[in-house]
Design a protein around this ligand. Structure first.
Ligand SMILES: Nc1ncnc2c1ncn2[C@@H]1O[C@H](COP(=O)(O)OP(=O)(O)OP(=O)(O)O)[C@@H](O)[C@H]1O
Ligand SMILES: [Mg+2]
Length: 274
């Protein structure tokens, strides 16, 4: 498919269970889904067993991996309401080592349906327990909101990966996201960390991109990945072909950036587990 990443890296969690990363930012259209799909693909190409869980009613990660709505049988919604087991919902994608739990439009009502449910913050965590040993990495593609669905992702995760678009309003809402992560850590999930912040849609012709990148690095220090994802038309074309950009055009700048990002994240993961 494309060149494998050089590093041979051990699974980070010492008990052999998957590391679970929530890809979250309540701001819409910042590159959460694009990052989930392409990071997962790059990790899978690196011999990692990877699962994407799509918990966004928009279902963009599912579509972007070639699974259109009519073909989604058992979804993350079914897991959250307790209708099915996680292993029943896992489907293989056309990419070796990469599986998917698709989403359903029913998720748009799930937050209200789950208001009175037992352990409503832990529904996702509880359901994926049985499949944690089947994967090395589980990436959760979150919706653009900090409601119960994203809270479920935070409770089920080891760390949060925050995509941040290089634009004027990038930092707006970020302190709210950070406060939310800290609150979840205190109240529900003490192991939750910020894995890192990835700058997306960087445009080198635009001075503003540089200013935003500098501001974000000031604020987050080395939590910000060195790899920056450029704005690249091939990245935006790929989903309409039901493919990650890494399969659509492996040589484009967007693909190469996601390969670098995967390498950087896996190295950071290895340091965390050392
Ligand atoms: N590096 C990039 N270059 C060009 N276009 C991009 C890039 N990354 C993402 N896009 C495009 O920007 C749009 C938003 O990206 P994406 O769907 O990944 O964001 P999101 O945060 O998941 O959105 P939402 O909040 O709606 O779930 C999409 O049309 C996507 O194809
Ligand atoms: Mg999305």
């Amino acid at each position: 498919m494309f060149a494998k990443l050089p590093d041979k890296i051990v699974t980070p969690n010492k008990d052999g269970s998957a590391r679970v990363l929530a890809i979250a930012n309540q701001k819409g259209g910042v590159g959460k889904t694009t990052t989930a799909v392409n990071l997962a693909t790059a990790m899978a190409a690196c011999d990692k067993r990877v699962l994407i869980i799509d918990i966004d009613a928009q279902g963009n990660a599912s579509t972007g991996l070639g699974l259109e709505a009519p073909n989604r049988k058992i979804t993350s919604y079914d897991l959250l309401i307790g209708r099915n087991n996680a292993s029943e919902a896992v489907v293989k994608t056309s990419i070796p080592n990469l599986s998917l739990i698709p989403s359903s439009v029913d998720l748009s009502g799930a937050e209200i349906e789950l208001i009175d449910a037992d352990r409503r913050e832990y529904r996702l965590k509880d359901t994926i327990k049985t499949i944690l040993h089947d994967f090395d990495y589980i990436l959760i593609d979150c919706p653009p909101a900090l409601g119960l669905l994203t809270l479920n992702a935070f409770c089920a995760s080891d760390a949060v990966l925050v995509p941040l678009q290089c634009e004027f309003y990038a930092l707006e809402g970020l302190s709210h996201l950070i406060r939310t992560i800290e609150r979840v850590k205190r109240a529900f999930n003490p192991r939750l960390e910020i894995q890192g912040v990835v700058l997306t849609m960087y445009d080198k012709r635009n001075n503003l991109s540089d200013m935003v990148a500098a501001d974000v690095r000031d604020y987050f220090g080395d939590k910000v990945y060195e790899t920056v994802i450029p704005r690249n038309v091939r990245v935006s074309e790929a989903p309409s072909h039901g493919k990650p950009v890494l399969l659509y055009d492996v040589n484009c700048r967007g693909s190469q950036a996601y390969i670098h990002l995967a390498s950087e994240i896996l190295k950071r993961e290895r340091r965390l587990s050392a």
